[in-house]
Design a protein around this ligand. Structure first.
Ligand code: CP
Length: 337
């Protein structure tokens, strides 16, 4: 098992199975705090620098929420245009400066490799919140945590599972990171459904093949998919050279209740990293699935807080001190489900 104490989290490639099991066991311990049944101030006085140089809702806010739930403070920078990067400052200099103001930094940036480059200048641990089309390691961890929970509730397991990934597999960093993480398990079967121009990159297919797993590539959502997990994704329009180019693919792989019933098992778990594109010409995950108990998308977002709390606790070395700094919650807490 790799210790995460003081470490950067840049790629899923730094995890092994034992480390993941440990992260998930710490995440399980975070549930009473995330549900506001108890409060812990174990990170009292610590500062998270939350740097989001690309749009985000759930990653940015759940990093901040996770840090606050551990008793820490959050300082945010959002958008390149409002930072000195717009004046030509390098990522290295930005990192040297901001790591003087923070105990840990979470960062998202539109360029592949940028968070790695930033970490070279940082004096504190850096967590990758998504770097271009490259990786999104904390999303992959929360996805895997969710998959494990959902499968366990069906008396099933990660080893031997079948996942269907749908949509923009070329630019979708969440499917790149999740695929690599799944390769740590045994006998995974991948069905990769995308337009021919948006197939999974060879670098990820090589990881799948070298780890001895099976994959099938198709550009059509035809027939029956014997998948345990259906992982839908958005066309990553921000990665295309023009909006017109991205529009060619929007709405190609819609999923609604009727299509789900036709192609998937009655127990297939439906996932999506979100945001889902709900505009009429895309509508990749229809609202009529909201009543489907197998729709796990909001369980994913809730689990993201637990996993990010666990990472902060492990990186800052307080995972065994949560109860020591525990308090009762005197106010009405609605977060019970
Ligand atoms: N899943 C995800 O990364 O969502 P945001 O872009 O809202 O952070």
């Amino acid at each position: 098992m790799n210790s995460l104490l003081g470490q950067h989290i840049l790629s899923v490639e730094q995890f092994d199975r034992d480390t993941i099991t440990h992260i998930f066991s710490v995440a399980d311990q975070m549930l009473p705090y995330a549900k506001r049944e108890k409060r812990t101030t174990v990170l009292n006085g610590a500062i998270l620098g939350n740097l989001f140089f690309e749009p985000s809702t759930r990653t940015r806010v759940s990093f901040g929420t996770a840090f606050n739930l551990l008793g820490g403070f959050v300082r945010e920078t959002t958008g390149i245009g409002t930072s000195a990067l717009a004046k030509g400052e390098s990522l290295y200099d930005t990192a040297r400066v901001l790591s003087g103001y923070s105990d840990i930094i979470a960062m998202r940036h539109p360029d592949s490799g940028s968070v790695n480059e930033f970490s070279n200048g940082s004096r504190v641990p850096v967590v990758n919140g998504g770097d271009g089309a490259n990786e999104h390691p904390t999303q992959a961890l929360l996805d895997l945590y969710t998959i494990r929970k959902e499968l366990n509730s069906h008396d099933s397991d990660l080893d031997g599972m079948h996942i269907a990934m749908i949509g923009d597999l070329r630019h979708g960093r969440t499917v790149h990171s999740l695929s690599k993480l799944l390769c740590l398990f045994k006998n995974i079967h991948f069905t990769l459904i995308s337009p021919a121009e948006l197939t999974m990159p060879d670098s990820v297919l090589d990881v799948i093949t070298n780890a001895g797993h099976q994959f099938r590539i198709t550009d059509s959502l035809e027939g029956q998919f014997d998948a345990d997990i259906c992982y839908q994704t958005r066309i990553q329009e921000e990665r295309f050279p023009s909006q017109e180019e991205a529009n060619k693919y929007r709405g190609k792989f819609r999923l609604d209740q009727e299509i789900y019933t036709r192609h998937f098992k009655s127990k297939t778990v439906i996932m999506h990293p979100l945001p889902r594109d709900s505009r009429a010409d895309a509508n990749e995950l229809d609202n009529d699935l909201n009543a489907n108990p197998n729709l796990a998308i909001f369980r994913q977002t809730d689990n993201g807080v637990l996993v990010r709390m666990a990472l902060f606790a492990l990186i800052l070395g307080v995972e065994n001190k949560l109860k020591q700094y525990e308090h009762n919650v005197p106010w009405y807490a609605a977060h019970k489900d």
